[in-house]
Design a protein around this ligand. Structure first.
Ligand code: ZN
Length: 168
């Protein structure tokens, strides 16, 4: 089921999300809905607070591209934790389904090691870089109530883009 995406200004986006204690049928349904909602909006990631659920769950899926390691795969991150970030950083343009019509420049570590649980409750470790690292870090920020606009490299490094508003 496609869920309504919460937009900036909604207090749920600024709350620290709760840890998932147990992976239940409801959690699986929530993850399925998140994936469906992300694809519907052509997003590359979605965190549960973005659909109004304050739980530490994120999904990330980058379109398959030869030059993007780890793309073409769906990642489900439950209770994710950042274990290590590289001192090497990169600056790229980010957008967010909760801030439609805008892009901004954000600096993030180039590589990161993240541990989490997958949808079956198995412990997983992701050693990722580039766009995949960026997407995961962006989604993990949502679980802390942090949005990319908090991390712009300069206050003026944000600009409007023309993109169609999709039905919800
Ligand atoms: Zn976002």
């Amino acid at each position: 089921m496609i869920r309504k995406v919460k937009k900036i200004g909604d207090p749920v986006l600024r709350k620290r999300a709760n840890k998932v204690d147990k992976i239940t049928k409801d959690i699986h349904k929530l993850i399925d809905d998140m994936v469906e909602t992300m694809h519907h909006h052509m997003g590359i990631g979605l965190a549960a607070p973005q659909i109004g659920i304050s739980q530490r769950i994120a999904v990330v899926a980058l379109e398959k591209r030869e030059d993007v390691p780890g793309s073409g795969q769906l990642y489900t991150l439950i209770n994710p934790e950042i274990l290590k970030t590289s001192p090497e950083k990169s600056v790229e343009q980010e957008g967010c389904l909760s801030i439609p019509g805008w892009r901004g420049q954000v600096e993030r570590p180039h590589k990161v090691i993240i541990k989490a649980m997958d949808r079956n409750g198995n412990r997983v470790k992701h050693e990722v870089e580039g766009w995949l690292a960026r997407a995961m870090l962006h989604e993990i920020d949502h679980l802390e109530g942090v949005m990319y606009i908090d991390k712009l490299i300069a206050p003026d490094k944000i600009w409007p883009v023309d993109e169609p508003e999709l039905d919800e």
